[in-house]
Design a protein around this ligand. Structure first.
Ligand code: DC
Length: 225
């Protein structure tokens, strides 16, 4: 039987992590976990309940059950059983997620769940700290990058596609602000693990990127047999 491995994918916001992670999971027949969705789900709960204070956020964690359901083949995040996949994809929730992800207890709460999900291996997980904190011994670590302008354009198109009416400059400012917060926070800042393979996809088509990732995956899988 082919050995199952853990694939950890980290990188900046809006650089296509989830697209590539989903595609790789499908190719490999692995489970896919979007950890950003988990931080977003907690953020949504705090926004809905008007919880702003960090200590109150921590005190409310036990009221928040983060999960996933498969709906029509797609993975949707759930908040206490409610499908919140659309509700968590707004700029507001993304920004609140970036804030609450700086709280040590929030990270510990989600990291424990993420590690449990990877126990059986055969998993592709994407986020900011997967290769550094969640699975420091993952067999394959990828670190995705793209220029802020390319990422802002992709995010802009995605929001427009969802019926939102953003300004490009605001989206770019948001990308830069989130990068700063994600890389400068005290708790598990975003950084490339030393043994991660870096892929700058600014000028790669999705197909080119996928071909590259599959080649790296197959090579690593063969080396692990
Ligand atoms: O990838 P995303 O935009 O859905 O993530 C939302 C926020 O959650 C992001 O600003 C940083 C945070 N996050 C994190 O701190 N650690 C992770 N493993 C995933 C996301």
């Amino acid at each position: 039987m082919t050995k199952n491995i853990i694939v950890a994918i980290d990188g900046y916001s809006s650089c296509g992590k989830s697209t590539i992670a989903k595609a790789l999971a499908k190719y490999a027949g692995y489970m896919y976990v979007d950890t950003g969705a988990m931080y977003r789900t907690i953020a949504l709960y705090m926004l809905r309940h008007g919880i702003e204070d960090d200590r109150q956020v921590v005190a409310s964690l036990n009221e928040v059950k983060v999960g996933f359901v498969l709906t029509g083949g797609a993975q949707h995040a759930t908040l206490n059983g409610e499908d919140v996949e659309n509700a968590i994809r707004t700029l507001e929730v993304g920004n609140r997620a970036s804030e609450i992800s700086q709280i040590k207890e929030v990270r510990a709460y989600l990291v424990a769940q993420q590690q449990a999900m990877g126990e059986a291996k055969g998993i592709v997980m994407d986020g900011r700290d997967i290769g550094t904190v969640v699975f420091p011994h993952a067999e394959l670590k990828l670190f995705l990058t793209a220029s802020p302008e390319v990422r802002a354009r992709r995010r802009f198109d995605e929001l427009v596609g969802k019926g939102e009416n953003p300004r490009y400059e605001a989206v770019l400012a948001d990308v830069n602000e989130r990068d700063y917060r994600d890389t400068h926070r005290k708790e598990s800042p975003l950084r490339k693990a030393e043994d991660a393979v870096e892929i700058d996809n600014s000028s790669l088509t999705p197909d080119q990127q996928m071909a590259k990732v599959i080649a790296i995956f197959e090579e690593r899988l063969a080396a692990c047999q």
